[in-house]
Design a protein around this ligand. Structure first.
Ligand code: NAG
Ligand code: NAG
Length: 410
């Protein structure tokens, strides 16, 4: 047990270290509040200061993953998370919203404006940039079957990556590592290889909670996560894998065998965060403050931002409950086939698509809605509140999809 544990930790460590990166600790942060109004600087400040002072945390959560550079409901005004990050010295994983569009000009304009406005106070905080979030999943056969919402294909994502690189080639951002965030199956899919080849690092969103039909009770969560994570490493071609979203809900209805509760959220934190990720892999937890009004399960570990988390964040001195997760054979992507990808998430389609519309991708959806509103006035009319939910569903369905795939590993 000790040996296998060492191996797993070693693999995780290697993933983080291979690019000379720090094992950042952070939370995801969307552009809007639970009531879908825009977050302003004070809202981001409240999140960032709370995150850095979480009592008992296994490190300082002084990084944030954003989904867009654009202030919600503006065309291309820089998001106010930037000034809040500068004031709190919060490291920034930038996000470019890349779905439902043929260009990312407004995203790049917002980022350029911020670089000009804030200079090195801003650029020194930037640890990476993701061009897109789950776009390839939403644009896949499975995503379409699940009515996951508007995505984008690998050619488009590649062209956006190149557009970003060209735009910032001779700026302070030229050395920032460029990545893309997607679901596990998107990274395995050979059609998307051009994206994998183009990025410096791979971002993956993984939620055992949504692994319908596969014994997704909390006791198996560490095992399910680790198998999926190892599989992702197996297809990464040696590129660093950052865990860009993971977490377990504290409240709300059960999902198959998965039960949201404070106790289970704490168990997941211990099994996955403490045992596998924290200080070993760049990790962006979902979530400090849950801003998705549509999802009935809630993930925020300190929803009130009052500095008193819902559970004890201190990692157990010796973890024993999750040793099973580490003794799992380390799967590689080779074991699973596209056919499993297609069949796995059938249930997600149901709960996914619509529920989904309302579900978890929440934060990203809000962002997407913001970007959409701004990036393409022509499409604004068709992007009503309903479509906001639809887009959020996309991310959610992606989550559920991944869950289904994970399950096929067993
Ligand atoms: C693989 O990726 C391509 C391009 O994104 C997509 O069209 C296709 O549906 C994907 N296949 C599966 C099984 O998801
Ligand atoms: C939190 O958990 C740690 C580790 O199990 C323990 O040492 C500490 O006393 C706990 N703190 C509180 C306030 O319960």
């Amino acid at each position: 047990m000790k040996l296998t544990s060492t191996i797993a930790a070693g693999a995780a460590l290697a993933a983080g270290v291979s690019a000379g990166q720090n094992n950042y600790l952070g939370f995801n942060s969307g552009a809007t509040l639970p009531d879908e109004s825009a977050k302003f600087e004070k809202d981001f400040l409240a999140e960032f200061t709370t995150a850095q002072k979480l009592p008992g945390a296994p490190g300082t959560f002084n990084a944030v993953r954003l989904y867009t550079n654009i202030q919600a409901y503006s065309t291309n005004t820089p998001i106010e998370a930037f000034s809040a990050a500068i004031k709190t010295k919060t490291k920034i994983l930038l996000g470019v919203w890349a779905s439902g569009t043929t260009n990312i000009n407004n995203e790049l304009a917002a980022l350029s404006a911020a670089v000009k406005q804030y200079g090195s106070d801003f650029t020194d905080l930037i640890i990476g940039i993701s061009i897109g979030s789950e776009d390839l999943y939403r644009d896949s056969a499975t995503g379409r079957t699940n009515k996951a919402g508007v995505g984008n294909g690998p050619d488009e994502i590649l062209s956006f990556i190149n557009a970003y690189k060209k735009e910032f080639a001779n700026t302070a951002l030229s050395s920032v590592p460029v990545g893309h965030v997607d679901t596990w199956d998107a990274w395995v899919n050979g059609t998307n290889k051009e994206v994998l080849d183009a990025v410096d690092w791979i971002g993956v969103d993984e939620y055992p909670f949504y692994e319908t039909g596969k014994g997704n009770k909390i006791d198996n969560a560490g095992k399910l996560f680790n198998s999926a994570y190892q599989t992702t490493l197996g297809v990464a071609n040696g590129k660093p894998v950052w865990v860009t979203e993971t977490g377990w809900p504290l409240t709300g209805p059960s999902w198959d065998e998965a039960v949201p509760s404070v106790e289970n959220a704490k168990s997941y934190w211990d099994q996955v965060g403490c045992e596998i990720l924290f200080n070993k892999v760049p990790t962006f937890w979902y979530n400090l403050r849950d801003s998705n009004p549509a999802n009935t399960v809630k993930f925020g570990v300190n929803q009130k931002l009052d500095g008193t988390p819902s559970f004890n964040l201190t990692c157990p001195a010796v973890s024993k409950s999750t040793s099973s997760s580490i003794t799992m054979p380390t799967a590689t992507g080779k074991g699973s086939t596209p056919s499993t990808l297609v069949t796995a998430p059938s249930q997600t389609g149901q709960s996914g698509a619509n529920n989904a519309g309302s579900a978890k991708g929440a934060d990203s959806s809000s962002d997407s809605s913001a970007s959409k509103t701004s990036s393409s006035p022509a499409s604004t009319s068709s992007h009503s509140a309903g479509s906001i939910n639809k887009v959020s569903g996309a991310a959610f369905a992606g989550v559920a999809l991944v869950a289904g795939i994970f399950a096929t590993l067993f």
